[in-house]
Design a binder for this molecule. Structure first.
Ligand SMILES: NC(=O)c1ccc[n+]([C@@H]2O[C@H](COP(=O)([O-])OP(=O)(O)OC[C@H]3O[C@@H](n4cnc5c(N)ncnc54)[C@H](O)[C@@H]3O)[C@@H](O)[C@H]2O)c1
Ligand SMILES: [Zn+2]
Ligand SMILES: [Zn+2]
Length: 375
């Protein structure tokens, strides 16, 4: 067991509280990682503000990268010193869904996540939960070895952390979820971290038009840099009409990366008959969708969802790292600001303003790594 510092959510709706916690020793199949960088994801904010339920005390944070510092007895493919990011959908590798290449829907998740002791405890012994069994807003974390992806030397953890959530989610939704075809037209509603990755995925897939939709003009400007060919303000009364005015038709594929019933309905509305709308944003707990049934039977539209990239996170993250190294996936550009751990609550305030793509927290372990300074 080690003692470290974590940002604990003790009361939903209140800021995170930087305090000491105990981190258990790795189980045979786990590794302990000294966290260097964590991206602030809107999903963390959902739990912090209570739009999605969670039981405090809990350490949220999941878009993580760092340096392996201890490995469990059964871990053979990772060594202390390895620079890594997380694949946040650990899987058994053997159930029907894993076997079919759909490890994000592993049927034995509860079983493989079971631990004999809590991973985190407060000094008085109170167990502290971890979001997604990651709990990345801690200077040291435990991950299952099969949820850890090595980062090549030229992928700094400052941007490598993005691979574990917004990039695998957004690019994966394009390739694994919706399977966008070359030449297709695409609309992306919400151009934060996830939406920016969807836009890049659509560009890599060879989309002929990419319409970026957001309420924030700065996000729309950034979207063009990621590959958007058109931009629209999401506040428009009739987005579908605006899209048709731009392209002469609805789009072949739309992606919702906000998380609300209204934007989900808009995602279905902006696709042309036979098109596919893909829901990626996490809507508040209990949200129900009311959709025009005729879009499905007369219009033959498809509505799908995508979770954490819908695929084989480890393989996909390694592939996306290669795309970054070849300059085809822009990650440095997505990091709007790097802040110290002490400023984590300010980072979430900035996210609420909509004026940032990704804020990344640099943990103390990030210092002393000269390769972090340059690409
Ligand atoms: N399915 C998954 O696996 C998965 C993974 C990660 C995140 N998410 C979810 O995806 C969503 C986006 O996450 P993020 O981290 O990119 O968030 P973010 O806060 O970085 O970005 C959200 C963007 O949506 C824009 N927006 C808000 N309301 C809008 C509207 N009505 N119309 C158009 N744009 C609007 C904001 O201006 C902002 O740019 C969240 O709900 C998050 O929880 C889902
Ligand atoms: Zn996330
Ligand atoms: Zn499985």
């Amino acid at each position: 067991m080690i003692t470290t510092r974590a940002a604990v959510l003790t009361t939903v709706g209140q800021p995170l509280h930087l305090t000491q916690i105990h981190v258990d020793d790795p189980e045979p199949h786990e590794v302990r990682i000294a966290v260097t960088h964590v991206g602030l994801c809107h999903s963390d904010l959902h739990y912090m503000t209570g739009t999605v339920a969670i039981e405090p005390p809990v350490v949220v944070g999941h878009e993580v990268a760092g340096i392996v510092e201890a490995v469990g007895a059964a871990v053979t493919d990772l060594r202390p010193g390895d620079h890594v990011t997380g694949a946040l959908t650990p899987s058994c590798g053997a159930c029907a869904n894993c076997d079919a290449g759909r490890s994000t829907q592993c049927q034995r998740l509860a079983e493989i996540r079971r631990r004999p002791r809590p991973a985190y405890t407060l000094p008085d012994g109170t167990p502290v939960a971890r979001l997604g069994d990651v709990g990345a807003f801690s200077e040291h974390i435990l991950l299952r070895a099969n949820a850890v992806v090595p980062l090549p030397d030229d992928v700094p953890t400052r941007v490598g952390c993005l691979l574990s959530c917004c990039v695998v989610t957004g690019v994966g939704a394009v390739f694994r979820g919706a399977r966008v075809r070359p030449g297709a037209t695409v609309a992306v509603i919400g151009c934060g971290g996830v939406g920016s990755a969807v836009i890049q995925g659509a560009r890599l897939a060879g989309a002929s038009a990419i319409v970026a939709i957001d309420l924030d003009e700065e996000r729309l400007r950034a979207a063009r840099g990621y590959g958007a060919t058109h931009t629209l303000n999401g506040g428009a009364d009739d987005l579908a009409a605006e899209v048709r005015a731009l392209l002469g038709d609805g789009v072949d594929y739309s992606f919702e990366a906000v998380g609300s019933a209204r934007t989900a309905a808009a995602a279905l509305d902006v696709v042309r008959p036979t098109g596919t709308a893909c829901l990626v944003g996490i809507a508040p707990e209990g949200t129900r969708l009311t959709l025009p049934a005729a879009d499905f039977f007369f219009g033959e539209k498809r509505l799908i969802g995508s979770y954490m990239g819908s695929g084989q996170a480890r393989a996909d993250i390694a592939q996306f790292a290669r795309l970054y190294r070849h300059g085809r996936l822009l990650l440095d550009e997505m990091v709007t600001e790097v802040i110290d751990f002490e400023r984590i609550n300010d980072g979430f305030e900035a996210m609420k303003s909509g004026d940032v793509t990704r804020i990344v927290v640099a943990m103390p372990a990030a210092s002393g790594r000269p390769e972090e300074e340059t690409r």
